[in-house]
Design a protein around this ligand. Structure first.
Ligand code: NAG
Length: 225
């Protein structure tokens, strides 16, 4: 089996790690990234095509017909983008691009979401993540894999996610220690990426909807290592 892959958010913490591991996955024939800016991280570029387009308005039209598996680590921060733009990128753009890929025949969608994602949450960040999950699931891909990592360690922007600087530091301290569950199992971008790539190609897992919490992300990542 060989697959054509699309990765969104490849300049981010999880997206760049997904690109790195996807580039090493033998069953991935081609990998396309669509980003606003150049990807700085290094990876094996032999089967990767990067398209850089500053305006995300054009991104849906850049999605080709033959994509089989799509990964999205596309996310911004409220600090970076402001509340309205945060929703426009995290929710609207993700859903628009997923919709287009689905209509072009993409069968598997892998979303990087967050611990606590819930459309009914009173926390805006969790609520937004929950609404993305809900609206992506409504598109009815053959397989939807939702990764819900805990606090992401190695976060480059200090205001990212729902964690502020202090809890990000705590995440780093508790990463893979016996106390990790106190902080919803902190995970690294690489853990998220390894788990995502492994699940995307694992045909023994036939469930149409796979929601993977952070503890399982860590387990899958260590099996993949
Ligand atoms: C959110 O609330 C609605 C209405 O009570 C309910 O149908 C839905 O299942 C809830 N969603 C989640 C993710 O709990």
């Amino acid at each position: 089996m060989s697959f054509n892959v699309l990765i969104l958010g490849a300049t981010g913490l999880c997206g760049s790690a997904i690109l790195k591991f996807a580039a090493k996955e033998p069953s991935f024939a081609t990998i396309l990234t669509i980003t606003r800016r150049e990807i700085k991280d290094s990876y094996d570029a032999s089967k990767v095509k990067n398209v850089i387009a500053k305006s995300s308005d054009s991104w849906a039209d850049l999605i080709p017909k033959d994509v089989n598996i799509m990964f999205s680590g596309l996310a911004t921060t409220m600090g970076e983008a402001g509340k309205d733009n945060f929703y426009k990128v995290d929710h609207d753009l993700n859903v628009e691009l997923a919709k287009r890929a689905k209509s072009q025949g993409c069968s598997t969608y892998v979303l990087v979401s967050s611990v606590g994602a819930n459309e009914n949450s009173s926390f805006y960040y969790m609520k937004t993540k929950g609404e993305i999950e809900r609206d992506i699931l409504a598109l009815n891909f053959d397989k939807t894999i939702i990764l819900r990592p805990g606090p992401l360690i190695g976060q480059r922007d200090k205001d990212k996610g729902f964690m502020n600087g202090l809890s990000a530091k705590l995440g780093q301290l508790l990463y893979k220690t016996r106390l990790q569950r106190l902080l919803s199992y902190p995970a690294s971008g690489e853990d998220v990426a390894k788990a995502g790539v492994k699940l995307a190609v694992d045909h023994s897992r036939t469930s149409k909807i796979q929601i993977i919490e952070s503890k399982e992300i860590l387990e899958l990542a260590s099996e993949a290592a």
